[in-house]
Ligand binder design. Structure first.
Ligand code: PPS
Length: 293
């Protein structure tokens, strides 16, 4: 796997292979009953996908273990040489279905808005996302070289230029999706709330999906979607992919799964600099994050 430079799609830096299919992705036709799961990378996408798949499969663990999560919840804009692009995989998938995306609001195919699809957005605090993304850049070798932690953090803060990170600005992503939540059938969730009270957040998802709340089912889903369980489950921990693509010996995909790990990586100076920039980038937004638990 080659570490190619990012490529701009309407000003958003993207992995080159993803950018190359965006014209086709843009024409994607959503089914009105498709459920879209949208996140900025490293925000707990795999976690919420597994929760939703377990709800759809009414807690049937065997059915959830038939295929890796990236085949059960196809990733719309994903594209790598030698495998089906996400939108092509969706052509072969029975619809309606659950679809994963990391696209910012302005790049999401219009059809999702026009068909008024239900959407779940999961956000995670910027500092933990930056740390998680840094380790992911090292192990998932389709990304450009991350450089040092300090260099990577600067790229993360830069957001929307080609020298920044894949999928662009975290700040714009979380704010723009937040601003859409009232005009769309959208459930906006937070990683930190899922860590704090997974039962409550799973119930919220079930209500949003109009499923009957069954306490035993909630308990079962909470258990099987815990970090401990998902870390050792080959269908959720990405170990089914070849190590040329994701090298878990550099850093496992299921790395720590906590809120507040940033404290082990940010220096005092980096933290002060980041906080000042954060205030500037988030000014005017009502969006609030727990930076630790
Ligand atoms: S990706 O590649 O963008 O789809 O990655 P994504 O799944 O969004 O994020 C990976 C991070 O989520 C953590 N994770 C979890 N945390 C808590 N509980 C569960 N069940 C869980 N599953 C995944 C994973 O460990 C990555 O975070 P870090 O901080 O790197 O550990």
């Amino acid at each position: 796997m080659e570490r190619l430079p990012l490529k701009s799609v309407k000003g958003v830096p993207m992995l080159k292979y993803f950018a190359d299919i965006m014209e086709e992705v843009d024409k994607f036709q959503a089914h009105p009953d498709d459920l879209l799961i949208s996140t900025y990378p490293k925000s707990g996408t795999t976690w919420i996908c597994e929760v939703v798949d377990m709800i759809y499969k009414e807690g049937n663990v065997e059915a959830c273990r038939e295929k890796p999560i990236y085949l059960r919840v196809p990733f719309l804009e994903r594209s790598f040489p030698g495998s089906d692009a996400g939108f092509k995989l969706l052509q072969k998938t029975p619809r309606p279905c659950v679809i994963k995306t990391h696209l910012p609001v302005q790049l999401l195919p219009k059809s999702f808005w026009e068909k008024n699809c239900k959407m779940i957005y999961l956000a995670r605090n910027a500092k933990d996302v930056a740390v998680s993304y840094y380790f992911f850049y090292q192990m998932a070798k389709v990304h450009p070289e991350p450089g040092t932690w300090n260099e990577f953090l600067e790229k993360f803060m830069a957001g929307d230029v080609l020298s920044s990170v894949a999928f662009g600005s975290w700040y714009d992503h979380v704010k723009d999706w937040w601003d859409k939540r009232e005009e769309q059938r959208m459930l906006y969730l937070f990683y930190e709330d899922m860590k704090e009270d997974p039962q409550q957040e799973i119930q919220k998802v079930m209500e949003f999906l109009e499923r009957p709340i069954d306490e035993q089912l909630v308990e079962k889903i909470t258990h099987y979607t815990s970090f401990k369980e998902m870390r050792q489950n080959h269908m959720t921990n990405y170990t089914c992919l070849p190590s040329t693509f994701m090298d878990h010996s550099i850093s496992p995909f299921m790395r720590k799964g906590v809120a507040g790990d940033w404290k082990n990586h940010f220096t005092v100076a980096q933290n002060e600099f980041f906080d000042a920039d954060y205030k500037r980038q988030m000014v005017g937004s009502t969006l609030q994050f727990w930076m630790e638990m």
